[in-house]
Design a protein around this ligand. Structure first.
Ligand code: ADP
Ligand code: MG
Length: 154
């Protein structure tokens, strides 16, 4: 088992959550899985918006809540952004994700992975967003040491 590292960051507003995403996105190489965990309005999609900017992609991020998956292109790889909020059938979710995970090139970012987190690879980053009493967000980022390069600018 690899050592699991965690990092806690508090962001005052959505711009600074985007900035964290951007700094992380800059270090993506392809073939990474990032699991985003929070209640509705926690800041997951906001984070992805920054992350995409960090990759250098000019694509605008919209919430894939109704489309299940949005695909964004960068120079080196694609970012597949899943949102399973509205999916009640875990079988269907699992199938979509398993197909995506077979592809070793892309970056996979998931909102509402819910009860299918077990099919995600151990080599993944998790970002958990918790609102604080004063409406800031605490971001708890956990990852194995072989993904430490992602947070080198945080
Ligand atoms: P999710 O995808 O988790 O449902 P969104 O990113 O769509 O959440 O929405 C987050 C909402 O919370 C936005 O309306 C944003 O303006 C607000 N917000 C307030 N403070 C923060 C913060 N520190 N980080 C991210 N979003 C924040
Ligand atoms: Mg969202």
């Amino acid at each position: 088992m690899q050592k699991v590292i965690s990092k806690k960051i508090v962001t005052d507003d959505s711009r600074s959550t985007e900035k964290i995403g951007e700094l992380l996105g800059k270090n993506l190489r392809g073939n990474e899985v990032i699991n985003l965990v929070s209640d509705l309005g926690g800041g997951k999609t906001t984070f992805v918006r920054g992350l995409l900017r960090g990759t250098g992609s000019g694509d605008l991020v919209s919430s894939p809540t109704f489309t299940l998956k949005n695909v964004y292109k960068t120079k080196k790889y694609e970012v597949w952004h899943f949102d399973f909020y509205r999916i009640d059938d875990p079988g269907m979710v699992g199938h979509e994700l398993e197909e995506a995970l077979k592809d070793k090139e892309q970056v996979i970012v998931i909102e509402w992975a819910k009860d299918i987190e077990n099919i995600l690879p151990n080599k993944r980053m998790t970002v958990k967003f918790s609102p604080t009493k004063d409406d800031k967000r605490e971001l708890l980022i956990t990852f194995p040491s072989n993904l430490e390069y992602l947070v080198s600018d945080l």
